[in-house]
Design a protein around this ligand. Structure first.
Ligand SMILES: [Zn+2]
Ligand SMILES: [Zn+2]
Length: 128
């Protein structure tokens, strides 16, 4: 009797028997619980696209929600960042545009100049 209650209260991964009562878990159509690792591995094995998928770049199992659209493909965030960095490096030709920090500093300098010019103008306008 006690055992039955315990087995109802505790949620165990049906594949590796890990206790997933508190942790992240998945539940399949038959009502069985899976830990995240086993659940994703199982879905990949079945080839199902619901919930889990694979990054075509690095072949790592990646949750469907974590995939980022890159062109016509869906890849994981890390690959997306890596490829975007390579692509932006290819696209920018001039040395000034290569360094985004430099561009920000330049924009800030222009902004500061414009702001101080406006301040000086309004200062004199107010006095006279
Ligand atoms: Zn498991
Ligand atoms: Zn990837």
């Amino acid at each position: 009797m006690v055992e039955t209650i315990q087995s109802v209260d505790r949620k165990l991964c049906c594949s590796c028997n890990k206790d997933v009562t508190q942790g992240k878990r998945m539940k399949d159509r038959e009502g069985k619980y899976w830990c995240l690792e086993c659940g994703i591995a199982d879905q990949l094995k079945k080839g199902g696209a619901s919930g889990a998928s694979m990054c075509p770049e690095c072949d790592r199992p990646t949750a469907m929600l974590d995939l980022v659209k890159h062109g016509t493909r869906y890849i994981c965030n890390e690959c997306h960042h890596a490829i975007s960095a390579i692509e932006s490096r290819k696209m920018t030709g001039s040395a000034a545009l290569k360094d985004p920090a430099k561009r920000i500093r330049l924009a800030l300098a222009v902004l500061m100049l414009a702001a101080s010019a406006a301040l000086i103008t309004s200062f004199y306008m107010g006095i006279i």
